[in-house]
Design a protein around this ligand. Structure first.
Ligand code: SF4
Length: 322
């Protein structure tokens, strides 16, 4: 069994291998090697339907585990992003025209994989008038038609400088979960997420909740980029003020030497401490471990979210007068 686990950094001569100059990943960053029939079947399906996945494009460390369970996060609107965030491995450039067959292909993939819950994300499409919002709507509609029992989670860009109508259209299509990641603390935005604005992202999530309070809202940050503990606590407070239900936190991993450096590897105990504070601040659900990613275990977490909301509603229900 040991042979099926990888520690994702080969230690070798720095003169031969520049990766060896990067800090060694600690033992707790262990991932399952991508292999096996289910993994290969998932990949073959994505290729056949001409779908990109964030699992591959972002070089996600969990791909072995997720794809073996046939959980893949589809990335719509192509594989080329109009932004160049310092943490992200997705390629930057001028994207191709929107693929009109993509919404049905996403729905077909969900049906073939037998997904109870699907996560759909996209690249940033600042080149499109609506930022790609209408494609999200078409994907939701195709999923509802083709596989009506599948619950739908969307992880969208910030739709910065786009009309509010873009967000309103997506909310009207009623995804079950609306996710948009804040990614990091506001002080680090100019270097890590230069094309975005912290308060614009918060406002997007606040708007979704205001337009339809029944949609779960979700957001995440990466740690290990040089953020301070109190800055993370402030982000949690800001998220709660925007009514965000579900917080995810994971360790940032540098995808290539060209990307932002890892400043520190945050130990699992610190993640536990962050999670305890976040729960105390009132999130319905918190997922915080080194390998947590937005879409990691998203189906299981959706069931937990529903249970947590039902429990909260039961607590708040008026006690019948005898
Ligand atoms: S955590 Fe999300 S992005 Fe990573 S492999 Fe799993 S489904 Fe894909």
């Amino acid at each position: 069994m040991v042979g099926t686990w990888l520690i994702w950094l080969a230690m070798s001569d720095p003169l031969q291998n520049p990766a060896a100059l990067r800090p060694r990943k600690p033992d707790w960053i262990r991932v399952k090697a991508p292999m096996g029939k289910a993994f290969n079947d998932t990949r073959a399906l994505m290729r056949r339907l001409n779908l990109a996945t964030v699992c591959e494009e972002a070089a996600c460390p969990n791909i072995g585990e997720c794809w073996t369970k046939k959980h893949a996060t589809v990335m719509i609107l192509g594989d080329t992003c109009t932004r160049a965030c310092a943490f992200c491995n997705v390629k930057t450039g001028m994207p191709r025209a929107v693929d009109l067959s993509e919404p049905q292909h996403v729905a077909d993939a969900a049906a073939e994989l037998g997904l109870e819950h699907i996560v759909v994300t996209s690249v940033d499409r600042d080149d499109l008038a609506d930022g790609g919002a209408s494609q999200f709507v078409k994907v939701i509609e195709a999923l509802r038609r083709t596989t009506p029992t599948t619950t739908i989670e969307i992880l969208t860009p910030d739709f910065r400088n786009k009309a509010d109508a873009a967000i309103e259209a997506i909310v009207a299509a009623r995804p079950d979960v609306y996710n948009h990641n804040l990614e990091t603390v506001p002080r680090l935005y100019p270097t890590i997420r230069p094309g975005a604005r912290y308060y614009a992202s918060l406002r997007l999530l606040e708007t979704v909740k205001r337009l339809d309070p029944t949609i779960f809202t979700k957001s995440g940050i990466m740690v290990g980029l040089g953020e301070e503990r109190l800055e993370v606590h402030q982000v949690m407070d800001d998220m709660r003020s925007a009514g965000i239900d579900f917080l995810t936190m994971g360790q940032y991993l540098q995808p290539t030497p060209k990307h932002a450096k890892v400043i520190d590897f945050v130990p699992p105990k610190t993640f536990e401490a962050y999670a305890a504070i976040a729960r105390a601040k009132g999130f319905l659900l918190v997922a915080a471990t080194p390998l947590t990613r937005s879409s990691y275990h998203a189906g299981d977490d959706f069931a937990k979210l529903r249970d947590a909301r039902n429990a909260e509603l039961a607590r708040k229900a008026p006690v019948p007068v005898a």
